[in-house]
Write a protein that binds this ligand. Sequence first.
Ligand SMILES: Cc1cc2nc3c(=O)[nH]c(=O)nc-3n(C[C@H](O)[C@H](O)[C@H](O)COP(=O)(O)OP(=O)(O)OC[C@H]3O[C@@H](n4cnc5c(N)ncnc54)[C@H](O)[C@@H]3O)c2cc1C
Length: 390
Amino acid sequence: MTSLPADLRRHAAADCYDCAIIGGGVAGLTLAIQLAQAGRRVILFEKETYPFHRVCGEYISLENYDFLCRLGVPLAAMNLPRMTRFTLSSPSGVALHHALDIGGLGIMRYELDPLLARIARENGATILEGTRVTDVVFAQEQFTLTTAGGTTYQARTACGAWGKHANLDRTLHRPFLTAGRQDRQFVAVKYHLHDVDFPEATVEMHNFKDGYCGLSPVAGGLTNCSYISDVRNLRAHGNNIAEMEGHVLMQNPLLRPYLVAAQRQGTPPIVISQITFRERSTVDEHVLMLGDAAGTIAPLCGNGMSMGMNASFLLQGLLLDFLAGRISRMQLEQQYTRAWRGLLSRRITAGRLIHQVFGQPQLTTAGIQVLRRLPFMTDFILRLTHGQPY
Ligand SMILES: Cc1cc2nc3c(=O)[nH]c(=O)nc-3n(C[C@H](O)[C@H](O)[C@H](O)COP(=O)(O)OP(=O)(O)OC[C@H]3O[C@@H](n4cnc5c(N)ncnc54)[C@H](O)[C@@H]3O)c2cc1C
């Protein structure tokens, strides 16, 4: 954290928000809506401008259904595809078919995120799009946030919902950046496929060497195809996505037709890189972290969007207690950390373990053969990756 010149510190109570949220993905936006609905002054900063596409499988576990409806998302009227079955395959195409207990809905982030931003605004939150926060300073019991344009804002609390990695991780010297070990790095890729013959109400997850790919329907007759691969696969193919897909992913016969369709379609995929799964802290320099900023989970293994929304639900209750003077800042930070770990760390650990197995050709084949004989084990693993309604 850098210190601000005194003339930039404005402490007038009238200018001070109850909460400043940095990052307008599902975690930040759902937190903004809840605080605004509770009558609190909230400001949220999003560096991009809605709508925009993100690399995400866009499968929302139904555990969030009631929560999203309470916030004002008209899920019932949105006519979204609902998934009730899933297929898992090994790199050689050995497959398991199973029912999904809770199941999920397919919704494009291109639609969901602006919808949440609109609901937040309707409830009185200030949402600043195209506004990148470059610094957060805590002094004299309040935060000063500086944006790329040099404007400063004051808030009593600050929440970091800036996703997997952002400039602010370095600004705050977050401990996970100095973990001192060489983590595996991943690259993630997303397509929206049209005109593919995809089975109704199904999520498919197909493994390939050092990675895995999820497919599921989203609204508008499109199929989301998102995958994560060890970056070594990409480097071994001259950093060329099509080459990597041709030589590695398409070795899985169940995945091949979708990627052939994706390449034929010709729309360039959205790609993000430098993904790691290091453990992170829930509070740094008094900034409360949620969503991927608090713990990037192995995608397709633990429903990251659900975990971000779950965290926002936990956090809003504690923030309201703090803002009303019922708990101190120290209690807020400690109780949030405890509650977050209690609710989510088992899920993150399960996601990491599944992620270790996925992408290993022999292990996934053997694992699928075992699961085919022991369906209750599949139910158990699926339960680990989904949570309870809240
Ligand atoms: C390949 C893949 C597939 C996935 N599939 C699924 C799935 O099917 N279901 C599921 O539940 N989860 C899935 N996930 C995980 C899910 O996408 C994430 O967990 C979720 O998007 C995290 O939400 P968030 O709000 O924490 O962060 P994000 O959605 O990443 O939002 C963070 C926001 O912060 C903004 N930001 C960053 N820095 C700043 C700054 N300095 N100032 C202002 N704004 C800033 C960014 O622009 C961004 O909009 C998948 C992930 C991957 C990689």
